[in-house]
Design a binder for this molecule. Structure first.
Ligand code: A3P
Ligand code: MG
Length: 276
C-alpha cells in the first residue's frame, strides 16, 4: 500500500514518536529555567526545541524514508520554496515562549501534508501527557484525544450557540481583533487565552467554539492541529472564508479562524470586532 493511501495506519507510530519527543522536552524542562537563543524572526529557541527536533526528524526519516521532512528547527537557511507534493511538516516545540515562561502550554506537532492539505496530524502536550490525533483516508476521518492514562475519546465538533461564544486566542501574540473582542466589541463573546496549538485542541474538544488568529503564525504551528480539528468536523478558514491551505512551508500563514461548527457564519463577529 502506498503512503498516500494509509495515513490512519501511520498514527500509532507518529504518536509514539511525539511521546518520545515530549520526553526529550521534559528532561530539559525538569532541569529548570532555560535561557533561550533568539532567531531571526524574533522568536526564541531552546535546547528542548533542538532535542525534540532530532528525535522527530530521525524517527520520521526511518518511518518513511521516501518522504521529505521539513521542521521549524532545520539548520539550513530557509529560502522560499513550494512545498513538495507530500511531506512531513514538524514543529518540535510550539509555544517556546510558554516553555520559557513555564506556563506548561506548549506542544509537539507533526503533520503529513498531501497536495497542500494536512491528512495526518498529531499534537502532544508534554506536561499533561495528553495527545490529540487526526487522519483522513479517502472518505474516512478519525479524530481522537488520548489522555496520559490511555483513556481514548473520539472528537466530534458540534453546533455553536451564538449567544455565548468562547473565542480561543494566543496568550502571547494576540492581534487587534482579539483585543477588541476581549474589550467587549462582540456581545456574548468571551476570550480564552492559551499558548501554542492547544487552542485548536480546545475547539476540537468543545472547550472553545472558535480560535481567532490575527497575528503571525507559520505553517508548522498550525498544520497538525488543523488536521485534528478538521477530522473532528471543524473548519479552518482565512478571514475571507476561503480554506487555509499549505503552499510554501516557509511563508507565514494569513490570519485565520478555526471553528468547531463548519456552518457558523463568522462575518458578523469579524465585522463587530473590526469596528470595536
Ligand atoms: N513575529 C512572528 N513571526 C512568525 N511567527 C510568529 C511570530 N510571533 C509568533 N509566531 C508564531 O507563533 C507561535 C506561537 O503561537 P502562540 O502565540 O499561539 O503560542 C510561535 O511558535 P514557536 O513557539 O514554535 O516559535 C511562532 O511560530
Ligand atoms: Mg510554533
Amino acid at each position: 500500500m502506498t503512503l498516500r493511501a494509509r495515513p490512519t495506519h501511520l498514527l500509532p507510530e507518529v504518536a509514539s514518536l511525539c511521546r518520545d519527543a515530549a520526553s526529550a522536552i521534559l528532561e530539559v524542562y525538569a532541569a529548570g529555567a532555560s535561557q533561550p537563543d533568539w532567531k531571526a524572526d524574533g522568536t526564541p529557541i531552546t535546547a528542548a526545541d533542538r532535542a525534540a527536533h532530532r528525535v522527530l526528524v530521525a524517527g520520521l526519516r526511518a518511518l518513511t524514508p521516501e518522504v521529505p521532512v521539513i521542521s521549524e528547527e532545520d539548520a539550513v537557511p530557509r529560502r522560499a520554496m513550494p512545498g513538495p507534493d507530500l511531506y512531513w511538516l514538524v514543529d518540535p516545540l510550539d509555544g517556546t515562549k510558554e516553555f520559557v515562561k513555564r506556563t506548561g502550554e506548549f506542544t509537539v506537532n507533526v503533520a503529513l501534508i498531501d497536495e497542500g492539505r494536512p491528512v495526518l496530524g498529531v499534537v502532544q502536550a508534554p506536561v499533561t501527557g495528553t495527545l490529540w490525533m487526526g487522519a483522513e483516508q479517502g472518505d474516512t476521518r478519525v479524530a481522537a484525544r488520548v489522555a496520559a492514562d490511555g483513556e481514548r475519546r473520539t472528537l466530534a465538533c458540534r453546533p455553536l450557540d451564538p449567544s455565548h461564544i468562547r473565542v480561543a486566542a494566543s496568550r502571547s501574540h494576540g492581534g487587534r481583533l482579539v483585543e477588541a473582542i476581549e474589550a467587549g466589541a462582540v456581545p456574548g463573546a468571551e476570550v480564552v487565552r492559551a499558548g501554542s496549538s492547544l487552542k485548536f485542541c480546545l475547539v476540537a474538544e468543545g472547550r472553545a467554539d472558535l480560535y481567532l488568529r490575527d497575528g503571525p503564525t507559520m505553517p508548522w504551528d498550525t498544520a497538525a492541529a488543523h488536521c485534528v480539528l478538521a477530522c473532528a468536523g471543524g473548519a479552518i478558514r482565512e478571514l475571507d472564508g476561503s480554506p487555509l491551505v499549505y503552499g510554501d512551508p516557509t511563508r507565514r500563514n494569513p490570519p485565520f479562524l478555526a471553528v468547531a461548527d463548519p456552518h457558523y457564519d463568522a462575518r458578523e463577529l469579524l465585522r463587530l470586532a473590526a469596528s470595536g
